[in-house]
Ligand binder design. Structure first.
Ligand code: FAD
Length: 549
């Protein structure tokens, strides 16, 4: 099989043209082209009246044609042997695992990172015990709707906590910019497809699943982990990590204690608690686990009519089913030295209430697979960093998040409404009193006013400079009636739980910090990839394998 890159065809083309494009690029006769498989399809919409589809293909040629092509194009990057994208396990446990001297590995957190870590451990025969503080995904869905519909927050079962993790009520975007030489992202996607995700996620360049499909998929993966001997416990918050004496600063993990007082021994604990487990971060610091503060971003959600974004990006091709609802990705470097960028863009979606703490308001975005809601939304955020913006102590970023989220709660009217303002009013620095054409999608509701009160001055200055700049790329971005809703603070983890090359915490052996909360992922796919890596690291140590990853 050969991999052929960079085949470009107009948006409206047929299958025969794809085959013809291959034959015109290679010295191959029609009868020598035995098979053609689309590995990835993306598009180039820079010229919206001439949108191109770009293919990465796996092609099967007769043996003589393959040899001829390889010889003629030796050293050329556009064609070569197809790489092996299958996943290969680092090892497998003996059937009697765990022997009396061994303990089962523990995975804390059943978000994308913990899910993939637990699945891969289970597939290797290592029978993980998974602990998540939240509820199973069905109960969690009800609890989450409790905030959105009835203003009732369950602090242990919500958008951030519970089966499936933070991305369960999301757009389910599945792409990332992490380097992935071992095709671990393919393993994540393949498992998702086995569990019910649409097969096209393996092929399109910007796949997404949407929230409903995610819920079913997560349940199916849970069933598979259980079938392989793993165990998954919900409503199981880890309150204490135990380390053996070691010296003052270093030790080895020996087990965990749960909020119900029960104790589980283990010398291999994967910590995949996400970016919102603030109480857990406090506990880790108190236990002496090595942590560092890290940068994150703050800002607002912006909503436009999806039709405005579609028209700006796709022109007359707006609505084409291959393109779907248009997205965007924007960055602006401001005069005050800050950078503003769009983040977690959800085409045809809704803005959601995403707090896990009482008396606070946090926004985020989600959508269904169809992405056919009226509005497009995205976070518009400003990067901040510990040295400049929260230098006081290692958890000062959390203090800042809490302070901003509480302020947003007050500005919203202290009933979980989010504060909101029309973009035109925000740019003119006038409080909003009336909605325009764009109806905000945030539930339970918004309170119009002066949203600039929710952010520090430097952040407002940066966003006020960025929005008109974004309008030059996406016509209509600065439209008067677009809505800003506050506040975005959970863009990534405010801390990094540092690990070494062996994936273990710098001063706590046996503790494998992973995923978004530990600062090693940002998004569903990269969290899943990181989950696989830590599962491998645990297997290598637990099974005494002589290898490195
Ligand atoms: P999480 O998913 O946060 O999972 C952590 C888990 O740990 C939780 O289930 C929590 O209950 C559990 N936990 C925490 N503390 C403890 C404890 N002490 N004991 C036991 N369990 C504990 N990313 C994308 O790539 N695409 C998107 O479209 C997208 N949309 C999003 C929409 C929303 C509304 C949100 C909130 C996030 C979205 N994200 C999206 C981000 C994505 O969800 C995260 O990057 C990803 O979930 C991180 O995975 P994780 O496994 O590291 O952590």
């Amino acid at each position: 099989m050969l991999r052929l890159t960079d085949i470009k065809l107009p948006l409206h083309h047929n299958d025969t043209e794809l085959r013809s494009a291959v034959l015109s690029k290679l010295p191959v006769a029609e009868h020598e082209l035995l098979g053609l498989h689309i590995y990835k399809r993306s598009y180039d919409a820079r010229k919206k009246h001439n949108i191109l589809l770009i293919y990465l293909l796996d092609i099967e040629l007769s043996p003589s044609a393959e040899q001829r092509v390889l010889t003629q194009f030796s050293g050329k990057s556009f064609i070569g042997s197809s790489p092996d994208t299958h996943y290969h396990f680092v090892g497998h446990a003996p059937s009697n695992f765990p022997s009396p001297e061994q303990q089962r590995p523990i995975v804390i957190g059943f978000g994308p990172c913990g899910i993939l870590a637990a699945l891969v451990l289970a597939q290797m025969g290592l029978k993980p015990i998974v602990l998540d503080r939240g509820q199973d995904v069905r109960q969690r869905t009800k609890d989450t709707w409790g905030l959105w519909r009835e203003r009732k927050l369950n602090t242990e079962s919500n958008v951030q906590y519970g089966e499936g993790g933070a991305g369960t009520f999301s757009d389910g975007k599945l792409y990332s910019q992490v380097k992935d030489r071992r095709f671990l992202g393919r393993k994540v996607m393949t498992e998702f497809v086995k569990a019910g995700a649409p097969e096209e996620i393996l092929m399109v360049s910007k796949p997404h699943i949407g929230t409903f499909k995610l819920v079913k998929m997560v349940e199916n993966i849970r069933a598979e982990i259980t079938r392989l001997g793993g165990e998954i416990r919900f409503n199981s918050k880890v309150e204490t990590l135990h380390r053996d004496a070691g010296d003052d600063k270093n030790g080895h993990i020996t087990g965990v204690t749960l909020s119900d007082g029960s104790h589980l021994p283990s010398r291999h604990v994967i910590l995949a608690v996400g970016h919102s487990a603030r109480d857990t971060f406090e506990m880790l610091l108190a236990q002496g686990v090595y942590l560092e503060a890290k940068p994150f971003s703050i800002g607002f959600r912006i909503e436009h009519p999806q039709s405005v974004i579609d028209a700006a990006r796709f022109g007359d091709n707006a609505g084409n089913p291959i393109l779907g609802a248009a997205d965007y990705k924007l960055v602006h470097h401001c005069k005050n030295g800050r950078s503003v960028y769009s983040f977690c863009m959800c085409p045809g979606g809704t803005v959601v209430a995403a707090t896990s703490e009482e008396g606070r308001v946090v926004t985020n975005g989600m959508s269904q697979y169809s992405r056919n809601e009226r509005n497009a939304n995205s976070a518009i955020v400003v990067g901040i960093e510990p040295e400049k913006d929260y230098p006081e102590h290692v958890l000062a970023g959390i203090d800042l998040q809490r302070q901003l989220e509480s302020l947003a709660y007050q500005l919203g009217g202290e009933n979980y409404n989010a504060p909101a303002q029309l973009v035109g009013d925000y740019l003119r620095n006038t409080p909003s009193t009336e909605l325009g054409k764009v109806i905000p999608s945030y539930k339970p509701g918004v309170s119009l006013g002066d949203l600039s009160l929710a952010l520090p001055d430097f952040a407002n200055a940066a966003i006020r400079e960025a929005i008109p700049a974004f309008d030059r790329q996406i016509k209509g971005f600065a439209m008067n009636d677009a809505i800003l809703t506050g506040i975005e603070t959970r863009t990534s983890s405010p801390i990094c739980i540092k690990r070494g090359r062996d994936y273990q915490n710098l001063n706590t052996k046996g503790l494998y910090p992973a995923g978004e909360g530990a600062g090693y992922a940002g998004g569903i796919l990269s969290a899943g990839i990181d989950g696989i890596k830590v599962a491998e690291a645990v297997a290598i140590d637990l099974l005494g394998l002589d290898m490195a990853i």
